[in-house]
Design a protein around this ligand. Sequence first.
Ligand code: AHR
Length: 503
Amino acid sequence: MPTARMTIDPHFTVGPIRRNLFGGFVEHLGRHVYDGIYEPGHETADAEGFRQDVIELVRELGVATIRYPGGNFVSGFKWEDSVGPREERPRRLDLAWHSTETNEVGMHEFRSWLDKVGSDLMLAVNLGTRGTAEALDLLEYANFPGGTALSDRRIANGEKDPFDVKIWCLGNEMDGPWQIGHRSADDYGKIASQTAKAMRQLDPRVELVACGSSSAHMPTFGEWERVVLHHTYDDVDYISCHAYYEAKDGDIGSFLASAVDMDGFIDTVVKTADHVGAVRGSSKKIDISFDEWNVWYQRRFHDEERMTGIENWPVAPRLLEDHYSVVDAVVFGNLMISLLKHADRVTTASLAQLVNVIAPIMTEPGGPAWRQTTFFPFSITSRLARGEALELKLDAPTYETAEYGEVPLVDAVATRDPETGEAAVFLVNRSQSEQLELSIDVAGLGDVTVRETHTISDDDIHAKNTLDDRERVAPKANASARISDGTLTVTLPAVSWTALSLG
Ligand code: AHR
């Protein structure tokens, strides 16, 4: 059995873990909102039509801030359509997903749903078909206490208190040719800077996110960030990163190393941002909002699914409904390890997405809701990763991948809450054939014991939870974990993700 060694020392911290790292994303896309979180006829629906079984699962998942309402959807969105009396709200064509948006669920309903699931709102403004003026209107509607036309309209629509939205995204994926209103970095940087300055004049408390690249594999990657930040450095707090991973052509070895790519993506954006700061002689640091990340089988998603002809604009079609396997959950858990390893600069993140659409939670209309395999690494990490992320010393064997060259078989991060002394370790074994024994020097953590152990692995790495077999995959306790003389030993099965909590 291969072995690996690691040392955890609470003196070596990466940075504080902010709750916003465990954010989510709800887009008006497919069956996410309609027939997902909202299904008035469902047996669990509350008075507002929200499924309570879904609310329970979102609460269990432990999601901090939720980005809304898109995604690509936001680049054609008129926020005014989504407020006011429901019967007066217009039905609109959503060009991004070739669907009909009924606006039955709008800003106020979503805000109410957020209270039920215990999450905060993060809004994106439309910089595709719209601009600074409409962004200001929305900010006034949402955050201004009252006594002006738009804030009074919010009050008349039933919400006396301001929404107090703290984090705002300045558009979505404006580097992508598929985006409505796609621009060059120079053009986007100018409009983003102008909009950010105006928004801060209205509400100086807001935190603003400039669009970074929609993937590290965009031809403009790097230069896009440099130019956009050149325009917006003094006006924004974050630059965004988006990344989706999938097993390409059955290459599981490379897929299991996806977090290596995510690590490199983050490091490059941090260096680019710091370069712009250095050139400007600025002491300000720009953080990363990793506001779209997940496993997504994009190659399985064909445009014909969406482009259904001029006469056919369905309401809530089944789009992007990936069904996740054990290996997907292992990669997903590893992406969370990557985010935690960069907690000093990645200070907010949004899992894309939450329900039905590339989601940890699935629903069937008139039927049950259930947890996908990816639900578990998210809920467990969100619950156990507290305090500070720690820098580790890790000595592990390596293996060769087609996409990323030689990579370690093990990836890991540890966290510790300095107030309670409680710690957690998150681990993956990327080997497809062998279990691995890991020894961790935990002497620096004091006299700790193993409290909880959770491992996701299976003889069938392609096993999934489906409508017919909703509990096929779940984390199991890992009985091998024990501490003796300041050393924690644990056996990690092949293709596995593990979380240990120590206290
Ligand atoms: O999450 C699905 C889509 O992926 C989003 O709408 C878009 O921002 C990204 O390309």
